[in-house]
Design a protein around this ligand. Structure first.
Ligand code: ZN
Ligand code: ZN
Length: 306
């Protein structure tokens, strides 16, 4: 199975603590490396996690609160200093490119590589990119300033071939590959067997949704219905639901409700307020509604299984 791996680089909220850096995550899929958000301190966190910044292909910035992007110019500058030449694609709010250009201009930095910047759109779920493995979507969430979530979804993969048929017909590798990519099979006597009789589709496509910082609203679930793993913010415990609403955040109970409504298979909660040192009560609160919840802690790695 192709690895589909999420690494939590930082799981804190606005104020970093000794236990939790502010938001950043890495998604790795079959040689492609994605960075979601890039808070202050992300470079050091990545070094500790032995993730090479040179390997980052695309960066996704959810919004322009500092705890989600204050590390980006530092990362961009380091890539320049260590000799990156491959282009870097950045998806983010439209103002982001002006901020970066101003910072680069003020320091008279002429990058050795090109930044391909893509401004996120506010109207609903958008397919923002695709490569041979994944489709990348953005969707607007509900926060004090324009903010987006992201969904990364496996494409339809090759059909699986019936192993019994392979054994019976003693198929060679090129024939197996041809059948997996949709060809019918013709045996030595000229008899043709239709592809759909000897192959079957994979059960499901794996997906990962990143959804923070946002107020709770059931309608968000439509953007990632059936997702394999949902990362959703749990800035506060539910007794602070009023504070959560006032600050356009969500609670650990609401995170679980969202996972339930979205038919998610697994929930990761994060973006914890710096007031919490013991996160067990937040986890307990989530698990009471959605048992398959885990804390997203700095350094945690989650493999998305089939
Ligand atoms: Zn935040
Ligand atoms: Zn925010």
């Amino acid at each position: 199975m192709i690895p589909f791996r999420i690494t939590i680089v930082g799981s804190g909220s606005a104020i970093p603590t000794l236990q939790r850096a502010a938001t950043s995550q890495v998604v790795q899929y079959n040689g492609t490396t994605l960075l979601i958000d890039c808070a202050e301190g992300t470079q050091i966190q990545l070094k500790k996690l032995k993730i090479s910044i040179m390997r980052i292909d695309h960066v996704f910035i959810s919004h322009l609160h500092g705890d989600h992007y204050f590390g980006l110019i530092g990362l961009i500058n380091t890539l320049h200093l260590i000799g990156r030449t491959n282009p870097l694609t950045i998806f983010g709010p439209s103002e982001l490119i002006d901020i970066l250009n101003l910072q680069l201009k003020a320091s008279d930095t002429k990058l050795r590589y090109t930044i391909h910047f893509n401004a996120l759109q506010t109207d609903g779920k958008q397919l923002i990119f695709e490569d041979k493995n994944l489709r990348y979507y953005s969707f607007p969430v509900i926060h004090r300033i324009p903010t987006w979530g992201f969904l990364f979804e496996e494409k339809e993969t090759e059909r699986q071939i019936n192993p019994l048929f392979v054994a019976q017909q003693k198929l060679d590798i090129p024939t197996i590959k041809a059948i997996k990519s949709g060809s019918d099979y013709t045996d030595g006597n000229g008899n043709t067997v239709a592809n759909n009789l000897i192959t079957f589709p994979l059960d499901k496509r794996r997906s990962y949704a990143f959804c923070t910082d946002t107020s709770f609203d059931e309608r968000l679930a439509t953007y990632f219905n059936g997702v394999s793993v949902l990362y959703y913010e749990a800035t506060f415990m539910h007794h602070m639901a009023d504070t959560a609403a006032e600050t356009f955040h969500s609670t650990s109970k609401q995170a679980a409700q969202m996972a339930l409504i979205a038919n998610a298979e697994k929930l990761l909660i994060g973006h914890f307020s710096s007031r919490y040192t013991d996160l067990q009560p937040l986890l307990d609160e989530s698990r009471a509604v959605f048992p398959n919840t885990d804390l997203a802690l700095d350094g945690n790695v989650f493999e998305i299984a089939v």
